[in-house]
Design a protein around this ligand. Structure first.
Ligand code: ZN
Length: 138
C-alpha cells in the first residue's frame, strides 16, 4: 500500500510506529514532526526524530456520519467512521481514526494499539494506507 503521506508512520519489525520528534532539552514529544519546541518553559531548539507507539488509551471519540469535505479521501459508498483522541504512553495526544466495524460501540478509556490500514483506493487503483488505532482485545 502507498502511505497517505510520507514521514507520518512506518512499519518496523516490532510493528507500526508514528514518526514524530522529541525535544532534546525537555523531552516534549511531537506528532507529526515539529520544527521547534513549543514548551513555554523550554529554551531548547534541537528536535530529534522519534518513533511513538504502539499503545495508548482512547480519551474520547465521535462518529463522522457525513462525508468530510475535500481534501478528505474515502471509498464510495461512504461509510461512517469513528475518529478519536488517543493518549499515547509517550505523552502525546493524537487525533486518529479508530479501526472498528461498529463506530458507535467504541469504548472510551479502552486500551488501543496502532495499526496501519487502508484509507481508500486512489483513481489509479492503488490502495492508500493511513494509521489508525483499534481496541486491544486480550
Ligand atoms: Zn523543549
Amino acid at each position: 500500500m502507498t502511505p497517505v503521506a510520507v514521514g507520518l508512520f512506518v512499519e518496523t519489525s516490532d510493528g507500526p510506529r508514528l514518526l514524530g520528534s522529541k525535544c532534546a532539552t525537555c523531552d516534549t514529544p511531537y506528532f507529526p514532526k515539529a520544527a521547534i519546541c513549543n514548551n513555554p518553559n523550554c529554551n531548547g531548539s534541537n528536535l530529534e526524530d522519534a518513533q511513538f507507539g504502539p499503545r495508548g488509551t482512547l480519551w474520547g471519540y465521535t462518529v463522522q456520519y457525513y462525508p468530510p469535505p475535500p481534501p478528505a479521501k474515502y471509498d464510495e459508498p461512504y461509510q461512517p467512521y469513528a475518529i478519536g483522541l488517543v493518549d499515547m504512553v509517550e505523552g502525546l495526544r493524537v487525533l486518529t481514526r479508530i479501526s472498528t466495524h461498529a463506530p458507535e460501540a467504541v469504548n472510551v478509556g479502552a486500551d488501543v494499539e496502532l495499526v496501519i490500514e487502508k484509507l481508500y483506493t486512489d483513481p489509479q487503483g492503488n490502495d492508500v494506507s493511513t494509521f489508525k488505532f483499534r481496541e486491544v482485545r486480550e
